[in-house]
Design a protein around this ligand. Structure first.
Ligand code: MN
Length: 293
């Protein structure tokens, strides 16, 4: 942990903060071999939250809700970022990558032209809690080579502010601290914020980047709007805004996610996200022919 006096830290100033455009309650669903989860960012929000395609929150201490995991399945055309708050999950994929994702760790996988992988819980009881975010790839990178990296909790850049906010920088940069991963086209920012009761946090954001918060413990206030737990707050893109100001109610944990929109057509069929229907047919044909990955 770095102290608030860490020389890397460059506190962010926000003079014209964003307002909350709307609050979204996720949809209960199941995926994989029957894993219960909440789909927070659903398909109808893909255009509004471009370049993000999906956010799933999973969290249960009932093994039946997660034990079957996600057996072998394909992806093409985007990236998956899995952040495990509690629990253990093993990943194996067709590119030869294997990793154990556990308490506080992140797995970043670029499916690119194609990956077939499995994500299987390595526990038979206890709490399993975390998130999977889907980040789109620009058209020119959709058929790029697959890429994969695991980050244990201790490897993730982390700092604490003068107000005691602990910030984990999964992607992008915050207060001068570079995150674990950077991406040029979409410039994703992915922060996990742990805020003591009453603490405030400022983050600069380019006005044209789409941004949202997901509160998973406690409650926040943003621009006068209360954001309770298990709600996503979509942040407005006022042209003159320069960031977001967050104030915790009780002790709170939240994700702050933002990125530069691609403004490209989105064609999705399950685990394939391309630009055109023709590219979707091709992905399905390649998968059936055994040439996707
Ligand atoms: Mn998957």
């Amino acid at each position: 942990m770095n102290t608030p006096h860490d020389s890397r830290l460059r506190p962010e100033t926000v003079a014209r903060p964003r307002a909350v455009e709307r609050l979204v309650a996720g949809q209960a669903t199941s995926d994989g071999a029957g894993v219960k989860l909440t789909r927070v960012l659903t398909q109808p929000l893909q255009r509004r939250l471009d370049p993000f395609l999906m956010l799933d929150a999973f969290g249960s201490d009932r093994a039946d809700d997660y034990i079957a995991g996600f057996p072998d399945h394909p992806h093409r055309g985007f990236e998956t970022i899995t952040y495990m708050i509690a629990g253990r999950m093993r990943h194996r994929d067709s590119a030869g990558h294997e990793g154990l994702l556990e308490n506080g760790g992140v797995q970043w996988m670029t499916a690119g032209r194609g990956v077939i992988h499995s994500e299987i819980p390595q526990q038979e009881e206890g709490l399993m809690e975390g998130f999977q975010l889907w980040l789109n790839l620009p058209a020119r990178d959709k058929l790029s080579a697959p890429w994969y990296r695991d980050f244990a909790a201790a490897e993730l850049p982390r700092f604490d502010t003068a107000e005691g906010v602990v910030v984990t920088v999964i992607a992008g940069a915050s207060h001068g601290v570079a995150g674990a991963v950077t991406r040029e086209a979409t410039a994703p920012l992915y922060l996990d914020l742990q805020l003591p009761a009453g603490a405030r946090f400022a983050q600069a954001l380019p006005a044209d980047h789409n941004a949202f918060l997901y509160v998973y413990r406690g409650e926040l206030t943003v621009g006068g709007t209360r954001v309770p737990a298990q709600r996503m707050a979509i942040l407005a893109n006022a042209a003159d805004s320069d960031g977001v100001l967050i104030e915790a109610g009780p002790e709170t944990r939240a994700l702050l996610i933002a990125g530069r929109p691609l403004h490209e057509p989105i064609a999705q069929y399950g685990p394939f996200v391309m630009n055109t229907e023709q590219e979707i047919y091709q992905a399905v044909a390649d998968y059936r022919a055994g040439t996707l990955a």
